[in-house]
Design a protein. Structure first.
Length: 335
């Protein structure tokens, strides 16, 4: 007798991002048991069953309306272009759709869809994540949700949230692994030509622009320090560059940057190390020397603490183009 498939319902809202919308159907649709039977059934719906405009220049038509949510074992809300805040006119039909949920249904959001779950009160007191670029707004709107913007996904038992874009695939693979084990999840990953597990979190992908320092009392000292990162820099040197006492400089520095001079220097060394790992083939010990860490061991510790990966793993991620050119592997073209 064939076992009932786990039903995954994907909710597509106006402004849905097509890439993220397609991830659940692809991942769960490729999960097969040892008997060759599919393990999941994936259905896609909109609040009223009508086509929705995507974030791009086309609409998507679906076969189901929100009533199918009442039959879901897992509900996945796909990412939307603009995060939905409380009071958005769009939220009324979304709330009506989510009202179809049965108790015990597993809830999943991909990327900015965490805003939808939070606006519905479904993330109150629950740890969650979202795309790093929207983390500040999320915290402002939903302070009752403990947000971790540095991870690829958060698994809080029956409520799971993912970071941006491809992290939705990481979360779907995690769910398959949780439901049916690593062998099934690895098979899906191979067919999709993606790693079954990624090192680190989304912290390694966060862009940190250099702020405009015009008019800042400590800007000149910081500009000088950026040219001297290869060597030890003493607090007294920085203060002298700014023409201040160490105590005054430290107070002004913290007020202007939100960091102590030591914290700021470490952050700048990390940014330099990341750029060198991405753009050069320098050995790790030379990268550490140029970034002022003194040793490769010290740099590894700081990099792991900041973004959760080793220098080698970071370089593999951001210099993948080199490996693609020099290390070609047979590819299953069926996906």
């Amino acid at each position: 007798m064939q076992q009932t498939r786990h039903r995954v319902v994907v909710l597509a809202l106006p402004g849905v991002v097509p890439f993220e919308l397609g991830i659940p159907a692809k991942a769960f649709g490729l999960a097969y048991g040892p008997d060759g039977n599919r393990l999941y059934e994936v259905l896609t719906c909109t609040p009223d069953g009508r086509p929705v405009q995507t974030s791009e220049d086309f609409s998507i038509a679906v076969e189901h309306d929100a009533r199918v949510i009442a039959t879901a074992d897992t509900l996945i809300v796909a990412a939307v272009k603009d995060p939905i805040g409380g009071g958005d006119p769009l939220f009324e039909p979304v709330a009506a759709a989510l009202a179809q949920l049965r108790p015990g249904t597993r809830l999943v959001s991909i990327c900015t869809a965490s805003f939808v779950l939070a606006a519905a009160g479904l993330l109150d007191g629950r740890p969650a994540t979202t795309h790093w670029a929207h983390s500040k707004r999320f915290r402002e709107l939903y302070p009752r949700t403990p947000l971790d913007p540095d991870v690829l996904y958060v698994d809080d038992d029956d409520v799971l949230t993912s970071a941006g874009a491809a992290a939705g695939m990481d979360l779907c693979l995690h769910l398959i692994r949780r439901d049916h084990g690593s062998e099934v999840a690895n098979q899906v990953a191979r067919f999709c030509v993606v790693p079954p597990w990624r090192d680190g979190g989304q912290a390694q992908y966060i862009a940190r622009p250099v702020p405009d320092d015009s008019g800042s009392d400590t800007a000149g000292a910081r500009e000088w320090a950026l040219q001297e990162l290869h060597r030890p820099i003493q607090l007294a040197e920085l203060a002298a560059r700014a023409g201040m006492s160490v105590r005054t400089f430290s107070r002004r520095f913290l007020a202007e940057t939100g960091q102590t001079p030591g914290q700021w220097l470490t952050a700048q060394r990390l940014e330099l190390a990341r750029r060198l790992l991405e753009s050069s083939d320098l050995p790790v010990d030379q990268v550490a020397e140029r970034a002022g860490f003194g040793s490769a061991s010290s740099m590894r510790q700081h990099l792991a603490a900041a973004i959760g990966v080793s220098p080698a793993a970071y370089r593999r991620t951001f210099q993948g183009r080199n490996r693609a050119l020099t290390h070609r592997q047979p590819m299953n073209t069926g996906g």
